[in-house]
Design a protein around this ligand. Structure first.
Ligand code: NAD
Length: 360
């Protein structure tokens, strides 16, 4: 039976960038003579406009029936006035929950062709930046109980609970070690075990899981040091494994230092259900419908989908090679434009990548 990708174009630039990502996957299908089916469903503002619900049951069913989910972006000012539980972003949180996606993978790669965009000193950037943050997504202080604001001894007091059980730590650690085995085989686990009990258990359990991966070198770092090391020398990192709140902050930091929001992909994975693959940026309503969006983050997310979601590494590599060649040939959308390069729109950038996938 053919594998199926469920497409969720969403809002703003979502449909424009996803169309280019799909064109690249179709080019790969043609070149490698393989077969993949596509289904499509509504999410976010588009789903609200069609039926009042940012995540219709039909969309959840279409995602569950697929082998991987490929998303553009959701949200926009048109729906900003709606109550929180009716807003487009609720659709995205809802689908992550419905698919039980507990692991968020965010690669941060500095494409040599875009080195000038990097926010780091040139001598630091020259050492390279090619890491993946593996962030636990469904536990930690964001979900821990008890939580609230109450009066204690006449003083209003806010409180949250940082909590992880060993099963949660084990399943996210396995994702990080499995990923490291496909890369440079280094895992750096980030915690705050000098202060927090939840982190002490985290570290113990990660060490236990590491015994099953003798080829992987495991190091540990406190989160405050990690935030500093990411700007001092990010070349030391391969796979960063961390909990929800530390990962929230560190994955944004690692993405930001590459300087190119329009280039960064992400994957959210679970144990049984299909993974969800999407660019890290939002729906960019300021440029929607103008053919100005950079489709490369979505196209690179498509390569992640093929590699991680459908286990098609050769097909994924063909997309990444075509992206690199397109950048080498000097094509740039406005967000990554430099003097002397060729300014193109979303459609032309996608077409240049498609052309190079087919040529190889
Ligand atoms: P944003 O990422 O959409 O845009 C930030 C800036 O980056 C804008 O100037 C935009 O034009 C630019 N930009 C983003 N992607 C680009 C691309 N591919 N090419 C060129 N330029 C690009 O963030 P925002 O403005 O804070 O949010 C806009 C909407 O997107 C909001 O409704 C927000 O809730 C939503 N959002 C959705 C997701 C998601 O779907 N995963 C993530 C973040 C924000």
């Amino acid at each position: 039976m053919n594998k199926t990708i469920c497409l969720l174009p969403g809002d703003g630039i979502g449909p424009e960038i996803l169309a280019q990502g799909v064109a690249c996957i179709k080019a790969v299908i043609e070149r490698f003579n393989c077969a993949i089916d596509f289904s499509e469903a509504l999410i976010g503002g588009a789903a609200i406009d069609a039926g009042g619900d940012p995540l219709p049951r039909k969309t959840i069913d279409a995602c569950l029936a697929a082998d991987a989910v490929y998303l553009g972006a959701v949200g926009g000012p048109k729906w900003d006035g709606l109550p929180m539980d009716k807003r487009p972003e609720k659709g995205l949180l809802g689908i992550r929950k419905a698919l039980d996606l507990f692991a968020n993978l965010r690669p941060a790669t500095l494409w040599p062709e875009l080195a000038k965009a990097c926010l780091l000193r040139p001598d630091i950037a020259a050492r390279g930046l090619d890491l993946v943050v593996v962030r636990e997504l469904t536990g930690d202080i964001y979900f821990g109980q008890p939580r609230g604001i109450e009066e204690r001894d006449g003083v209003r007091t806010g409180f949250n609970t940082m909590i992880y059980d060993e099963n949660e730590i084990e399943r996210i650690a396995k994702i990080a070690f499995d990923l490291a085995m496909t890369r440079r085989k280094i895992v750096c686990s980030i915690d705050k075990s000098n202060v927090l009990e939840a982190s002490r258990l985290w570290r113990e359990k990660v060490i236990e899981v590491a015994r099953r991966y003798p080829e992987v070198r495991l190091t540990h770092m406190y989160v405050d040091n990690a935030a500093m090391q990411l700007v001092r020398d990010p070349s030391q990192f391969d796979v960063i494994l961390t909990g929800n709140i530390f990962g929230d902050i560190l994955s944004d930091e690692s993405a930001a230092i590459t300087g190119s929001l329009g280039m960064l992909p992400s994957a959210s994975l679970g144990e049984k259900n299909p993974g969800l693959f999407e660019p890290i940026h939002g729906s960019a309503p300021d440029i929607a419908g103008q053919d100005k969006a950079n489709p490369l983050a979505t196209i690179i997310s498509g390569a992640m989908l093929l590699e991680t979601g459908l286990k098609m590494p050769a097909e994924a590599a063909a997309i990444l090679k075509a992206v690199s060649e397109t950048l080498k040939a000097g094509y740039r959308t406005a967000d990554i434009m430099e003097d002397g390069k060729k300014l193109v729109g979303c459609r032309e950038m996608g077409a240049e990548v498609v052309k190079r996938i087919k040529q190889a």
